[in-house]
Design a binder for this molecule. Structure first.
Ligand code: SDX
Length: 435
């Protein structure tokens, strides 16, 4: 990646009676950054930023978020336009290569991905090692890293060609692995990918087809799946992407790095929120139960949160939530469930929360996870598969960010420091002399 940061007037910091000049850089849009790389060597202090709320970990040209305005751009293109007009395979090309493809480029890329969707025949044995009731995310964490055991010809991270092949293999094989995790949990036979199908249709067929009858692709549900993947494809330096970058900074192979991203995404504060949000809506059950639930969320001694609400960056409506709500209506209509009681609860919960001072004051709005659970449930997925679907989509974002880091000459192994408040030096006391 060719750096495009621009120099701005420097900042001055006085610390330990020393005045330090800190360089300031600007990007194409968004906040400037203060370069603190020499802060410790020159000032003998660290910055302190648990959760990295005010820390830029890298320069990136992939995704831009304006949290105050509720803007999300993939390589400059607004997420709502991509959700309306693009396809996930085209968005994969855009995120990985930086530009929208022409027809020939798109056809070539589609073919490259399609012809990597199969798994090594021995790979299927991994699934047999899990209990049938294993959470599909446990299966994903366990199996994706094992791809490194099969594809040695694409683990040399210093070879650009191998980086591309590994990227194609991960984008292509994640749906096949995810569908196998789903089939395994149901005790149904695995369904192989079909090369004549598009990405989303292929995935739905691998999930829902059975050998006993022909599977008919529903174009409305296939498009909904494709848009779901587009909406979840990348999101700047979120927790799981930062995990992938940190793992990659040590030189770990891409399969291991993506496996670490899947592990991080599983948490309910992150990718696990779609499953948690649906559980919350089912627990509330009916609109008349909402006020009591909101009281629980607001009471200090309860750990209850409004799942699918709030965001570290968005202090406005998550633009993906709007697109997700529209998708939700389309899918519910298609499956004949326009009056899904969960949607009624979600819409009433959103209406009440958006008018409640507690949420307004904390700038808490629906995020991408608020409506996705209802949509996925209506498509036939069990809750345990929701975060797996998020991981399938986010793989292209993770691998695009990993590639950008590998090509960034300024990057080095990530190794944060700390402020230590533990015991200072003391001598060992033999057991017989202890109280
Ligand atoms: C994703 O980073 C990304 O980009 C992630 C993601 C992506 O695409 O990669 O967008 C995907 O992870 C979306 C977020 C999914 N998570 C949830 O929906 C879980 C519920 N939301 C939260 O737990 C929370 O909002 C976070 C984790 C998303 C963000 O938390 P922050 O920024 O660390 O905010 P905070 O915990 O410091 O909260 C600030 C205040 C607190 O109140 P006070 O202590 O100031 O009184 O807001 C409150 C919090 O208690 N708060 C909530 C709340 N979220 C924050 N109160 C009730 N319900 C919530 N959901």
């Amino acid at each position: 990646m060719e750096s495009k940061i621009t120099k701005k007037p420097s900042a001055t910091l006085t610390v330990n009676n020393k005045q330090l000049e800190l360089p300031v850089y600007g990007g194409s849009v968004g906040p400037d950054v203060v370069d603190i790389r020499k802060l410790y060597t020159d000032g003998k202090v660290f910055t302190y930023d648990p959760g990295f709320t005010s820390t830029a970990s890298c320069e990136s040209q992939i995704t831009y978020i304006d949290g105050d305005e509720g803007v999300l751009l993939y390589r400059g293109y607004p997420i709502d336009q991509l959700a309306e007009q693009s396809t996930f395979i085209e968005v994969c090309y855009l995120l990985a290569n930086g530009e929208l493809p022409n027809k020939a480029e798109l056809d070539r890329f589609t073919r490259d991905i399609t012809y990597h969707t199969m798994l090594h025949a021995q790979f299927d044995r991994f699934f047999e090692g899990f209990r049938r009731d294993a959470h599909p995310m446990a299966i994903m964490v366990g199996t994706v890293g094992a791809l490194a055991a099969f594809y040695h010809d694409s683990t040399d991270i210093d070879d650009p060609k191998q980086r591309v092949i590994a990227s194609h293999r991960l984008i292509a094989k994640m749906p096949t692995i995810a569908a196998r995790a789903f089939k395994y949990s149901m005790g149904q036979p695995f369904i192989s990918p079909r090369n004549e199908l598009d990405y989303a249709s292929n995935f739905l067929r691998m999930c829902f087809a059975v050998p006993a009858e022909d599977y008919k692709i529903n174009p409305v549900l296939a498009r909904a799946m494709d848009v779901f993947f587009i909406l979840h494809a990348d999101h700047e330096q979120n927790a799981s992407t930062s995990t992938v970058r940190l793992a990659g900074s040590s030189g770990a192979n891409p399969f291991a790095c993506i496996s670490s991203g899947i592990a991080c995404l599983w948490g309910p504060a992150h990718g696990g929120a779609n499953e948690a949000a649906l559980k919350m809506l089912m627990e509330i059950g009916r609109p008349e139960n909402i006020p009591a639930f909101i009281d629980k969320v607001k009471s200090k001694d309860s750990e209850v949160r409004l799942m699918g609400f709030g965001h570290r960056v968005y202090k406005n409506y998550d633009p993906r939530a709007r697109a997700m709500q529209k998708l939700c209506h389309q899918v519910l209509h298609e499956v004949g469930d326009d009056n899904d009681p969960l949607l009624q609860v979600a819409k009433e919960l959103e209406r009440i929360a958006l008018h409640d001072e507690y949420f307004i004051q904390r700038k808490l709005y629906p995020n991408v996870d608020f409506y996705s659970g209802i949509t996925l449930k209506a498509m036939g997925f069990p809750m345990s598969m929701f975060t797996v679907l998020f991981a399938v989509a986010r793989t292209v974002g993770w691998i695009a960010q990993w590639t950008e880091m590998m090509e960034d000459t300024s990057q080095k192994i990530g190794r944060p420091r700390q402020v230590y408040t533990g015991p200072t030096r003391r001598d060992y006391v033999p057991c017989a002399q202890r109280k």
